[in-house]
Design a binder for this molecule. Structure first.
Ligand code: BDP
Length: 615
């Protein structure tokens, strides 16, 4: 029985919260799902289905749930030609050419799947945006998608190209303080809202990696964001302005630049602007410390951006469940308002009260039959939705729900499968970037190791910029004697980060003979970690093989093959990294650890011009 609205709803449950209660109606047992809106009831219905699918009791229910975050959006880095930047799951779902005339039935499946996770919005086009998305034909296409998504509570948003006034508006400038430019955006917003009355708003990547922005005119990010906010504001829209900025002209440590740029702007953004911040200050690496902006802008709401598509964690073939990574960042304590000022609480607007809150996930979805490139990558889509609803949710609980609903409720399957997922991201860290190393992937496509790359047009795109390996040691000194990036954190948080061996070489440049916690030298520990990562994948392979009786042969075989690829590539990462770093460390490998089978020249010579996901 469904009931929208009505008495008995707990106060403060909001427009999307629901209750599920076991009760009696006319003397018969009944289950009531209630909320203030259709959407809320839909979320409640999916919750009940989850209970059924995971074999939880469905009697004696007394559940109340409301999202802790308002804007829960996927960001599709989908181009208009259906290529997906950093996509490993086929083409873009959006068949722009046939829209609005033809609506692929998968649009409905997509919306329903998202609603079942509590996702309530989607940014349709790449942050590296084309102005064409804002022309009349494409607005009509987006409107058709919005019509399909609306019953599932999914709002449509668009990435806006800052230079659109010039490119499609026949203006000479995109200066945000120019009245004609402001008029262009107002008219554009009005036009979009005529077609999509519940349009969510704009996402903007400006003055970052060659994208146009307000700084091209000597204006600030706030000037740019506020201009767009003024255009969508009267319609109830918002602007998600990305903090992923770093400049080619700046000699400053790249990981410091976003905070340097945005902290001084605190208090200058319009109320319907939210600044979108990646989980770490660099770029979706297998492990990064939390972004120093979290908690550093009391007057500016910040939304967390995570990447579901595994650009830096082995694409679609490596099994890496990202729940633990996001839990790690959400649980990190910024200390900005005393102990317990976690990133989760900042994002929820509870450390500094914020009216607008949000979480964004860079989608891993495409036309592949399994949606996400591999079966296990669906778990990352799933976990994103659940954590955006409740940033305090536990990655393990989410993995368990997913495993039960996707494969089997048999405890003999669930425990090992969840165990495998929970350790998977750490395995990737070990075989790619152990002990706080970062950004060692090959150039462009980011497929495979490239720690030797030193000749790109910008130093801060090269792996050597990040690892700084030399005869005297390895790592990036971000303490006071170096770039002092650690100084961007609250003192207690800085202390915790410096004490955390998982971030060792992110913050410090250390001699090869430095003793780490295990008692080994840094060099020996690196080799041990690389090998550990490879053996962890071997362990996953064995676990998966033992689970064959619980999984249909098709899915089992595909995953087994993917794990074999992962194993091979983990070995490649290990061998290439050891062969390369050894040229600086000039030390033997610790006893029992094998020499890389090939020469460094061999690893350096490998090239993959057609690796997927290109920008
Ligand atoms: C990097 C990707 C690039 C994106 C960029 C971004 O390599 O394709 O455009 O992030 O977030 O990780 O804007």
């Amino acid at each position: 029985m469904l009931r929208a609205g009505g008495a008995g709803l707990p106060g403060g449950i909001g427009p999307e919260g629901y209750v599920i209660r076991s009760t009696t109606v006319d003397g018969r047992p009944a289950t009531v799902i209630a909320g203030q809106t259709d959407r809320a009831v839909l979320y409640g219905a999916f919750h009940l289905l989850r209970l059924v699918q995971t074999r939880q009791p469905v009697t004696g229910l007394d559940i109340a749930s409301a999202p802790k975050v308002k804007v829960r959006v996927l960001n599709h880095w989908d181009n208009l030609d259906r290529n997906v930047e950093r996509g490993y799951a086929g083409d873009s779902l959006w068949d722009w050419h046939k829209l609005p005339g033809w609506q692929d039935p998968r649009y409905v499946d997509y919306a329903r799947a998202n609603a079942s996770l509590g996702v309530n919005g989607t940014v349709l086009n790449n942050v590296n945006a084309k102005a064409d998305s804002l022309t009349a034909p494409y607005i009509a296409k987006a409107a058709a998608l919005a019509d399909t998504f609306r019953p599932y509570g999914i709002r449509v948003y668009l990435s806006a190209r800052f230079s659109a006034p010039i490119e499609i508006g026949a203006l000479k400038t995109s200066d945000p303080l120019d009245p004609a430019v402001r008029a262009f955006w107002k008219a554009k917003a009005d036009e979009i809202y005529r077609a999509i009355p519940d349009f969510g708003g704009f996402l903007v990547k400006a003055n970052s990696e060659g994208q146009p922005g307000p700084q091209d005119y000597g204006r600030t990010h706030a000037d740019g964001a506020n201009m767009l906010a003024e255009a969508v504001g009267p319609h109830g829209g918002i602007v998600m302005w990305r903090a992923f900025v770093y400049s080619a002209e700046q000699p400053e440590d790249r990981v410091k630049q976003a905070a340097n740029e945005f902290v001084p702007l605190d208090g200058t953004f319009a109320p319907n602007v939210i600044v979108q911040v990646k989980n770490g200050p660099l770029d979706f690496q297998p492990r990064e410390p939390f972004h120093p902006l979290f908690g550093a802008t009391p007057k500016t709401p910040l939304m967390l951006e995570v990447q579901l598509t595994k650009e830096y964690l082995g694409f679609a073939t490596h099994l890496a469940y990202l729940g633990p990574m996001w839990e790690e960042v959400l649980a990190a304590d910024t200390w900005r308002r005393g102990r317990g000022s976690t990133v989760a609480r900042v994002v929820e607007g509870r450390v500094f009260p914020q009216a607008l809150t949000g979480m964004a996930g860079v989608a891993n979805i495409g036309t592949d039959r399994n949606w996400s490139g591999s079966h296990f990558d669906q778990a990352n889509w799933y976990a994103f939705g659940r954590m955006a609803w409740d940033p305090d949710a536990r990655a393990r609980d989410i993995a368990e729900d997913w495993v039960r609903m996707t494969f089997s409720n048999d405890p003999a399957f669930v425990a090992p499968a969840v165990g495998m997922m929970m350790g998977s991201r750490e395995a990737v860290v070990n075989y790619m970037t152990p002990l706080g190393l970062t950004h060692l992937m090959a150039t462009g496509h980011h497929y495979g190791p490239g720690p030797w790359v030193d000749n790109l047009e910008r130093a801060d795109w090269t792996p050597v910029y990040y690892h700084r390996a030399a005869a005297d040691g390895i790592g990036f000194d971000r303490t006071k004697t170096g770039s002092d990036a650690v100084g961007q954190y609250a003192p207690e948080a800085a202390k915790a980060l410096l004490a955390d061996e998982r971030h060792l070489l992110w913050f410090r440049h250390l001699p090869w003979d430095h003793r780490v916690r295990s008692g080994r030298t840094l060099w020996d520990e690196l080799v041990v970690r690389y090998d550990l990562g490879v053996s962890q994948v071997g362990e996953m392979q064995r676990t998966w093989a033992s689970l064959a009786p619980y999984v249909d042969p098709e899915r089992h075989a595909e995953q087994a093959a993917f794990l074999a690829i992962q194993r091979q590539e983990a070995q490649w990462w290990r061998d290439a990294s050891v062969a390369y770093f050894r040229t600086f460390a000039r030390r033997p490998l610790p006893a029992g650890h094998a020499e890389p089978p090939e020469s460094l020249e061999h690893y350096r010579s490998l090239s993959f011009p057609y690796a997927p996901g290109h920008d």
